[in-house]
Design a protein around this ligand. Sequence first.
Ligand SMILES: NC(=O)c1ccc[n+]([C@@H]2O[C@H](COP(=O)([O-])OP(=O)(O)OC[C@H]3O[C@@H](n4cnc5c(N)ncnc54)[C@H](OP(=O)(O)O)[C@@H]3O)[C@@H](O)[C@H]2O)c1
Length: 158
Amino acid sequence: MISMISSVGKNRELGKNNTLIWHFKDDMKFFKETTMGHIVVMGYNTYKSLPGNLPGRHIIVVSYDPIENVECVNGIEPIIEKYKDSDEEIFICGGASIYKQFLPYASKLYLTEISATDDEADTFFPNFNKKEWKRTLIKNNNQNNIDFDIFLYERKRV
Ligand SMILES: NC(=O)c1ccc[n+]([C@@H]2O[C@H](COP(=O)([O-])OP(=O)(O)OC[C@H]3O[C@@H](n4cnc5c(N)ncnc54)[C@H](OP(=O)(O)O)[C@@H]3O)[C@@H](O)[C@H]2O)c1
């Protein structure tokens, strides 16, 4: 099963200058707990932006060029084929280009919706039709007077 996990501003802002815009402790904790023990898939830019490694998770990087000592795939097809109908849940962790390519194949979105905007954002989560998804609140959060609420979107069966 392909799931995506992401944190977005009111205008679906994801990042700027290849870094995250907001850093909330409880959101990082949710990311860690949710992805622990799973495969996490990310694009080359996001991989380069990581401040450290992700212990307890196996990283696959989508990249046109190989990276030493890191599992890489050139194109998303091998991952779709292997995991789309599998019972194993894997997590697509961004960034923008990777979310966009995987969205049609994702069954679940773990989305932290941040009540803030940033005019300088340069990467955005893809627009998606919320009517096609069942939305369930996982947790309300607040840090520094900014609400960030975590939702699970599950794709409705047609
Ligand atoms: N808010 C969040 O939850 C969140 C999560 C993750 C990332 N981000 C932010 O998102 C931004 C990065 O997003 P991005 O769209 O610029 O980069 P990205 O999606 O992380 O990586 C894009 C790169 O991945 C490789 N790639 C993409 N599709 C490919 C394919 N089909 N086959 C082979 N390689 C492929 C290419 O790298 P090469 O051409 O170099 O091989 C491409 O330049 C950063 O600001 C980051 O902080 C935010």
